[in-house]
Design a binder for this molecule. Structure first.
Ligand code: SAM
Length: 229
């Protein structure tokens, strides 16, 4: 059974977007995963298909109604499938340890929030997992959904051309990845570290590990053992 993504959104035209090109696009064509969108407005209230209302307690902006979002979810969700709701900063989302594997190969239903967000009761009532993709505010959950799915889809069996490259990538083994070089041997006076062209595979592996440690210490010391995030 291939990975199945259902996206609940007010902007279905944003999909597949970047997931329709390159590796993900080919995987989509092959059927390694499927992506369907559900227009939340189809479940809106009344003649105007209203999906939002003023915030209880007053204040600016609008809130997505729980009854509308729940109706869209109940239409989309062959329960029990994990559901997610890309949300504003709360905790890191595309955490390589948990995020990309969260769908576990089965699929995910993603509710894309808009306005001030989604009524808290549907998040609780339908057991949605809130996922932030970073400490910044997006205009809606669609970009977050694309980020999550991109990170998940590339890990599905057969999607990446060279499966080995996934193992060596940043975060695998708790380190960022080592720097990369390719031809030409010299570019604007800069050369390739000689060890990489030495043919000594052991030395190459040791250099890469040392560089991965150096980069992690410089850029993401929180990833090193003993450091908490
Ligand atoms: N009122 C919210 C706040 O101040 O935190 C911002 C709401 S934002 C304009 C609308 C929707 O975009 C959110 O409900 C969420 O679905 C999505 N969103 C915004 N930032 C996000 C992020 N960093 N990660 C994932 N989704 C995000």
């Amino acid at each position: 059974m291939s990975f199945r993504a259902s996206i609940l959104t007010l902007y279905p035209e944003m999909f597949p977007g970047p997931l329709g090109v390159s590796l993900a696009g080919r995987a989509l064509e092959r059927g390694d995963f499927s992506l369907e969108t559900v227009q939340i407005r189809d479940f809106g209230i009344g003649r105007h298909r209203m999906v939002d209302d003023t915030p209880s307690g007053g204040g600016a902006g609008m809130v997505m109604r729980s009854d509308v979002v729940a109706a869209a979810l109940d239409h989309a969700l062959p329960r029990p499938t994990p559901a997610a709701h890309p949300d504003e900063p709360a905790r890191p989302a595309v955490d390589p340890g948990t995020g990309p594997r969260a769908g576990g190969g089965r699929g995910a239903v993603i509710v894309c929030g808009r306005f001030e967000g989604v009524d808290e009761r549907v998040i609780a009532g339908r057991g949605l997992e809130e996922i932030s993709i970073g400490d910044y505010i997006l205009s809606g959950g669609e970009v977050g959904a694309l980020v999550l799915l991109d990170a998940v889809v590339r890990l599905l069996p057969g999607v990446m051309g060279n499966a080995v490259s996934g193992d060596a990538e940043s975060f695998e083994g708790g380190l960022l990845e080592h720097p990369h070089y390719t031809r030409p041997a010299e570019w604007e006076g800069r050369t390739i570290p000689p060890v990489l062209t030495s043919g000594d595979h052991g030395a190459v592996a040791r250099w890469r590990y040392a560089e991965a440690e150096r980069l992690t210490r410089e850029r993401r010391p929180d990833l090193l053992p003993g450091k908490s995030r």
